[in-house]
Design a protein around this ligand. Structure first.
Ligand code: DGT
Ligand code: MG
Ligand code: MG
Ligand code: MG
Ligand code: MG
Length: 272
């Protein structure tokens, strides 16, 4: 009920209105995961359980928010890309906080299923930010940047831990050996000292995880436009969550080059 004494307070709540027709990206990142990963004895350099848990939480976000067309995850971070023509209320704080809280909740909810007999010692937290990209080219540059980050870090970490775990280097010695090296040098160390071909390492680690919508346009005739995800949203409300329009595919592939995008034109759509 409206109360004259308190009704003015509503005016202090400012909605961060997100510009229409821009790509909305929400990136979440584990807070202090350096410590969190040590405390829970994550395998180095990559822990399959940690990746699986992140991916499970991200899938839940995509199931809950049908307007997320694609997500990209690596290390302790995930980026959620929302359809630029989404009819979702473009209220930045609300979108960002809903996504990050669901993600964190699912991370904890699924902990025991994935980490089995490892006790969750304390609650993890995730930060979040919302970023707008005005065109497809910027969005692709953003995703390329995150995947390049994954590549750089993974190559360094793979080398570092190989030197420490299999090469009898101390952490300090390994750090010194790798200081100033470029990609080519690290490949050479892996190949010459450990007979390991970097490109043969698991793509899950080298490329990160891409979750994206199935081609709903070609599989569901009632979907006339590739971007009619509000249809998927209606199906969701009806409880028909098994609808193909809404199914999510998981890949560990290159998203920097053109191929991924030209083979899946429904993801970016055509600029209007
Ligand atoms: P932040 O994000 O500023 O609160 O601080 P951190 O510590 O989360 O730093 P960030 O996000 O730059 O780096 C992620 C940390 O998480 C990094 O120390 C490595 C750790 N981490 C992520 N995935 C794995 C994994 O699979 N295995 C291990 N051992 N560590 C991981
Ligand atoms: Mg950080
Ligand atoms: Mg972090
Ligand atoms: Mg991080
Ligand atoms: Mg409420």
């Amino acid at each position: 009920k409206a109360n004259a004494k308190t009704s003015y307070l509503k005016a202090f709540e400012k909605k961060i209105a997100l510009l229409p027709h821009t790509w909305i990206v929400v990136r979440i990142d584990g807070k202090g995961f350096h410590k969190f990963s040590e405390r829970h004895k994550f395998a180095k350099p990559n822990d399959d359980r940690s990746i699986e848990l992140m991916n499970k939480a991200a899938l839940k976000v995509m199931q809950h928010f049908p307007d997320v067309v694609l997500s990209y995850g690596q290390s302790d971070e995930y980026s959620f890309v929302i359809n630029r023509y989404s009819k979702m209320e473009r209220h930045g704080n609300k979108i960002m906080s809903s996504i990050v809280s669901l993600f964190a909740a699912m991370y904890v909810y699924n902990w025991n299923n994935v980490f089995e007999n490892v006790t969750l010692e304390y609650s993890p937290a995730f930060d979040a930010r919302v970023v707008l990209y005005p065109n497809n080219s910027c969005l692709r540059d953003y995703l390329s940047w995150r995947q390049a980050d994954c590549h750089i870090n993974n190559m360094y970490n793979t080398c570092f831990w190989m030197l420490v775990q299999s090469g009898n280097y101390s952490r300090r010695e390994a750090e010194e050996k790798l200081r100033g090296t470029v990609s080519k040098d690290k490949r050479a160390i892996l190949l010459n000292e450990f007979k390991r071909d970097y490109d043969a390492e698991d793509a899950l680690y080298r490329k990160g995880t891409i979750l994206f919508r199935h081609d709903c346009a070609s599989s569901t005739t009632s979907l006339k436009t590739t971007f009619n995800l509000s249809y998927a949203c209606d199906e969701l409300k009806k409880g028909n969550s098994s609808n193909e329009a809404y199914s999510v595919v998981k890949e560990h592939t290159d998203i920097i080059g053109d191929q991924f995008w030209t083979e899946r034109p429904w993801l970016l759509g055509t600029e209007q």
